[in-house]
Design a protein around this ligand. Structure first.
Ligand code: UDP
Ligand code: MG
Length: 320
């Protein structure tokens, strides 16, 4: 009887979240009951252990009820890859992704399911984090700039602050799994995939348990990931800058030559040389670094390693 109901797969990556196991278990039981009566859906929970060093897995095994799976990765692969592993193991007709730290409010989860199930033309309902409380002005400007740069001259637009917290139909999940990018910048991939998407604004709850695992450095490196896998604009800017400085150099050279030939002006040596060396050297180094970033993306793709390795798949024991 249960098998006749369409299934909602809930994909939840976690890293050392033992402090949230009980709360999440409660959350899941509540959801299982509500979606079955309200939407006629049954729940499949797909947890992905992204290399936890605490006893999260054992705790989840004790707490979870109903249909569940824990994909235990062989080490920490990062949230983006953990999500991919979860999607690969999700069998539901609808797939929703949430965090294990309960920052995604229960009511919003329900709203996402409601929006998607009530409109057959929709394929994805994603969320837009509407939360600038603790974000500094500087970070705000940086994030604006990032989206400007990455969306410049693209055929698709990445919505600002749209996260992994979203629900999608089977077809979208399958399409997403076909993308084998090694360096996954999810935000870009979601936008790139297209489909009929709808955004819903929400304010995240305070994080439960420990603190956020995103340091400033990891945010910067994620932004670079996004830019190098979705934009050639930085390379173009540097090419144009190179042409421009080259032309300036030529003009300056011609001017010096004319002055020497016709007016006999002595060429000021050391200062102008040093300026030129510093400017061109700096540009060269910057561009080399940038090309290196893109090259590194290329290298990772050609190595064609699997995206992740699973150590074990945990499932409810028979007869449970
Ligand atoms: N997470 C993960 N692998 C990581 C880092 C985080 O699976 O390498 C999980 C984490 O357990 C949580 C979710 O991803 O369920 C979001 O992480 P976090 O709360 O630290 O990020 P934020 O909410 O600040 O975006
Ligand atoms: Mg969080």
């Amino acid at each position: 009887m249960e098998n006749e109901m369409p299934v909602l797969s809930l994909v939840i990556p976690f890293l050392n979240e033992s402090g949230n196991v009980a709360r999440l278990g409660e959350f899941l039981r509540r959801m299982e009951a509500e979606i079955s009566t309200r939407f006629g859906l049954s729940l499949e929970t797909v947890l992905v252990d992204d290399g936890s060093r605490d006893d999260s897995v054992a705790a989840f095994r004790r707490t979870l009820t109903g249909q569940w799976k824990i994909v235990e990765l062989s080490r920490n692969f990062g949230k983006e890859v953990a999500l991919f592993a979860g999607m690969e193991h999700a069998t539901g007709d609808l797939v929703m992704m949430i965090d294990a730290d309960l920052q995604h409010p229960y009511a919003v989860c329900m709203q996402l399911i409601e929006e998607l199930t009530s409109d057959p033309e929709l394929d994805v309902v994603y969320t837009i984090r509407d939360d600038r409380r603790q974000e500094s002005f500087r970070k705000d400007v940086a994030s604006r700039l990032f989206y400007r740069l990455i969306n410049f001259q693209q055929r698709f637009t990445m919505p600002e602050n749209a996260g992994d917290f979203r629900i999608m139909r089977r077809a979208v999940c399958d399409a997403f799994l076909k993308v084998r990018d090694k360096r996954r910048f999810n935000k870009g991939l979601y936008a790139w995939a297209g489909f009929r998407q709808k955004g819903v604004a929400y304010t995240p709850d305070e994080r439960q348990g420990s603190t956020s695992r995103w340091s400033r450095l990891s945010l910067i490196s994620l932004s670079l990931e996004g830019i190098t896998s979705f934009s050639v604009i930085p390379l173009r800017i540097f090419s144009l800058l190179g042409v421009f400085t080259g032309i300036c150099g030529l003009i300056y050279g011609a001017k010096i030559l004319l002055e020497v030939l016709f007016y006999g002006v002595a060429v000021p040596g050391y200062p102008s040389l040093m300026v030129a060396v510093a400017v061109f050297g700096g540009f060269n180094l910057a561009l080399l670094g940038l090309i290196g970033e893109y090259l590194w993306v290329g290298i990772s793709e050609t190595k064609d390693r699997p995206l992740y390795l699973a150590r074990r798949i945990h499932q409810p024991e028979q007869g449970e």
